[in-house]
Design a protein. Structure first.
Length: 530
């Protein structure tokens, strides 16, 4: 496999002068001085560390991901449809129709109306700028909204007591209330994710006591990076504030030379970095016990795509602590400023990671160990991927993966819905879109009237982004998933199984243990025709 994008990436705004680059270095075969094109090397000569990250100029208005081919993804598995009988419903053509498929689920004791929820969206500007659409969208979709790490630490309004512990945060309070305004109190919930910095600031106690939050999710990492959360800070004052609160801020905002360079415009943003945890089994179990003693009704965990031994360690810790749910996040997409080299070349891709998780679960099941409900994250955007992930996780009883966690795709739905609504107000909608779908929200949002009827007077408080996200979750993912399941003759998520899948390559079969099409059901053919 060659890496022809090594020296040119759209995410960093770089390209090469020639298309026929060296497959090993990514450089042009002939590199000349008189070249005005900025490749990765050339741009790095001017901007250095900035080129490690997605375009700084787009921070707060974009998300990013790897574009590397990991040689195995969900497209390497094929869904096997059926025509014989029906499972989970009466085998009657008038009853066994795809709208009757049940796609509700339950993860960690929380019922969901759709088997997809938002993973932690924390202190990145892109999440904050679109929070109403995200939180409201999750609430009206009947699913989980996870408030990501570092919210209190990043909030200038946060008040700390004499011990440096949080007593109030406008931002955190707003994020929780934005979800609860449209929450039905039954489906989904607001979850607060906390990392090392949050624990030091006492965020857990604040949200459990003052905001009456039910669920805490401990953050061990994510598929996009393994070095802690990073964001950009555009003012010297805030950079100093965050350093005072204990964050790692680069370059040092208190250094007079750095201050002079910032004033000169040599760089426009500081980097804020979060520390990573150093988990131990005993320490983790005690931490979870402490959370429960202090009011947490449920405890979840989110971890990244680390090597197999760490997957096993994580599963063991989760079992010992008897947490309710555990999310594994495969390589490699981010919602803020994950280092591009890490998104491209670090961590385990999602299908490989899920295979490792299931191997651990199989051993744990055999030994009678507690297995928390599982969720997978890492590049999920469409219902075909979700079907395959959940079906693959059935080790004999029902799928261990109860839901799929995602962040980039719902953010895209929210951003697109909000942007096109802004264009509609200014008369700037693309003519092709306007001619097809109209120029009013009640025309181009297919779920507009449904939600208006459902919420009555409250509908005016619903952001366009929330309508877009609901439509994506329910009308696209939900309906699409029901069609796939009906095609496989499964009318309930708990009935999805590995027999609903076939591998399209030997690689996929070796990794997942699911037979290739040419080897599938050979005994059944012989039995039926024998």
């Amino acid at each position: 496999m060659t890496d022809e994008s090594l020296n040119a990436k759209s995410s960093t705004g770089t390209r090469t002068r020639r298309q026929d680059v060296s497959p090993q270095s990514g450089m042009c075969p002939l590199c000349v001085k008189e070249c005005k094109v900025l490749c990765e090397i050339g741009k790095s000569a001017f901007r250095g560390r900035e080129v490690l990250y997605p375009l700084p100029e787009e921070y707060g208005t974009s998300t990013a991901s790897s574009n590397k081919d990991y040689l195995l993804d969900w497209s390497h598995l094929q869904i096997m449809v059926d025509v014989l009988g029906a499972h989970g419903i009466e085998a009657d053509p008038d009853k066994a129709i795809f709208p009757a498929v049940d796609i509700t689920t339950n993860i960690g004791g929380i019922p969901l109306q759709v088997p997809i929820f938002i993973a932690g969206l924390g202190s990145t500007d892109v999440a904050k700028n679109h929070w109403d659409g995200l939180a409201q969208g999750c609430a009206i979709s009947g699913t989980i909204m996870t408030v990501g790490e570092n919210i209190c630490g990043m909030d200038p309004s946060t008040k700390l007591d004499s011990n440096g512990k949080v007593t109030h945060s406008d931002d955190m309070k707003y994020r929780v209330e934005a979800y609860r305004e449209f929450w039905d109190g039954e489906h989904g919930d607001i979850i607060i994710q906390t990392n090392v910095e949050d624990q030091r600031l006492g965020t857990d106690l604040y949200v459990l006591s003052d905001l009456e939050v039910n669920v805490i999710e401990r953050k061990w990492g994510q598929g996009a990076k393994a070095i802690g959360g990073e964001v950009r800070i555009s003012t010297l004052e805030k950079a100093k504030l965050l350093k005072d609160r204990g964050y790692v801020v680069l370059p040092d905002p208190e250094d007079p030379i750095v201050q002079e360079s910032f004033k000169d415009g040599a760089f426009k943003t500081f980097e804020r970095h979060s520390r990573v945890g150093m988990p131990t089994e005993r320490g983790f179990v005690e931490d979870i016990e402490w959370l429960r003693e202090n009011g947490a009704k449920k405890v979840f965990m989110k971890t990244g795509a680390y090597k197999p031994s760490v997957v096993a360690f994580t599963m063991k810790c989760a079992s010992e602590a008897k947490i309710e749910a555990l999310t594994f996040d495969g390589a490699g997409g981010g919602t803020g400023m994950s280092p591009i080299p890490m998104m491209q070349d670090c961590s385990t891709p999602t299908v490989y990671l899920q295979a490792q998780v299931l191997k651990c679960a199989e051993i744990m099941k055999r030994k009678g160990m507690h297995i928390p409900d599982l969720a997978m994250a890492g590049g999920f955007t469409m219902e075909t991927q979700m079907f395959k992930s959940m079906a693959m996780s059935n080790l004999g009883d029902k799928p261990l993966i109860k839901a799929i966690a995602t962040a980039r795709s719902p953010l895209t739905a929210v951003m697109k819905a909000e942007y096109f609504t802004e264009l509609a107000k200014s008369g700037g909608l693309p003519s092709e879109f306007r001619d097809l779908y109209g120029d009013k929200p009640q025309q181009y949002f297919i779920a507009y009237e449904e939600l208006k009827h459902r919420f009555g007077d409250k509908f005016k408080n619903l952001s366009p982004g929330a309508i877009g996200m609901y439509t994506y979750f329910h009308d696209r993912i939900g309906v699409g998933l029901k069609q796939l399941m009906a095609g496989a003759r499964k009318w309930n998520l708990s009935l999805l199984s590995r027999s609903d899948l076939a591998s399209l390559s030997e690689k996929a079969s070796t990794v997942t243990g699911i037979p290739t099409l040419d080897k599938l059901e050979q005994d059944a053919i012989e039995s039926i025709l024998g």
